[in-house]
Design a protein around this ligand. Structure first.
Ligand code: ADP
Length: 272
């Protein structure tokens, strides 16, 4: 590190250890206004569901939206939107598939002859595919690109942080994980990569009684607020466990979800 390093690389041209690697450029015909990563400390907490909900809410208010499914070994974005088929590509470009509602998407699941086949590729191939999804896809003009990140703090996630020009990330967590080290690691990874954290979405927070509509807090809410306070993070949403949402997701109809609990999260994205 340079002896005079001020940690502000924008005003300095020295190539010291503090300077982050150059981010990769997108396809020449692609112009994306905002890129938001959806992150979780581990799988199964609802990261893809949140990605799908935010994308469809943005799309519903007339924004042009794309989703880069960087969860290469656990891809679920096309299924949520009922998109099937194979990505088309020319020598230098990949063309995204488009949902009925007009959301563009790329995913490893749109590269398999059989959607139920596992992705058995080694780490370097996963990382280079995710990078190609950023550099080679002809997204065209997008207001928002959501990146459904791989869970955890592994190699592919690191590639996304280093290659993709993320404007901010949203961390999705379950109430139990919020108080464990899993979320701390995700927070620290984003901080080390100099990516702003827009806030946290807590999933599986409560259930609504089907008879009286009362919200039953399954894990209590005090821990959530405390952890968010400790890390100075905004709690953007508390999502209920919702069998109707699962049904819509399983049937490829996430576009029809209401998701009233998502409005603060949407506002945080629109405020970028
Ligand atoms: P991740 O991307 O973190 O692995 P997913 O979004 O794929 O997680 O969700 C895992 C499973 O949990 C899916 O079957 C999804 O439909 C279900 N799920 C996610 N959020 C909820 C919720 N709020 N209520 C009920 N089921 C949910």
């Amino acid at each position: 590190m340079s002896e005079e390093c001020t940690h502000d690389c924008s005003s300095c041209h020295e190539n010291c250890d503090h300077r982050p690697p150059e981010k990769a450029s997108t396809n020449a015909d692609t112009h994306i206004k905002h890129v938001i990563g959806i992150v979780s400390g581990k799988g199964g907490v609802g990261k893809s569901t949140v990605t799908g909900l935010l994308a469809m809410l943005c799309n519903k208010i007339g924004k042009k939206v794309g989703i880069l499914d960087a969860d290469i070994t656990g891809p679920s974005i096309p299924r949520l939107f009922g998109v099937h088929g194979i990505l088309k590509a020319s020598e230098n470009e990949i063309y995204p598939c488009v949902s009925k509602s007009g959301i563009e998407m790329v995913s490893s699941n749109l590269m398999l002859d059989n959607e139920t086949d596992p992705v058995l590729w080694r780490g370097p191939i996963l990382a280079s595919l995710v990078k190609q999804f950023w550099t080679d896809v002809k997204w065209g003009d997008l207001d928002y690109l959501y990146v459904d990140m791989p869970p955890g703090t592994g190699d592919v996630g690191l590639t996304v942080y280093q290659s993709v020009k993320l404007d901010g990330i949203i961390i999705v967590t379950s109430p139990q994980d919020l108080v464990s080290m899993i979320v701390s690691k995700a927070v620290k990874m984003a901080q080390m990569m100099d990516i702003p954290i827009l806030g946290v979405i807590e999933n599986y927070s409560y259930v609504l009684c089907p008879d009286c509509g009362k919200a039953i807090d399954l894990f209590g809410s005090s821990a959530t607020s405390k952890v968010c306070d400790d890390y100075k993070l905004k709690l953007l949403a508390r999502m209920p466990i919702d069998p109707a949402l699962v049904k819509l997701c399983d049937e490829g109809r996430i576009d029809e979800a209401a998701a009233p609990f998502m409005h603060d999260a949407l506002d945080a994205v629109l405020a970028l």
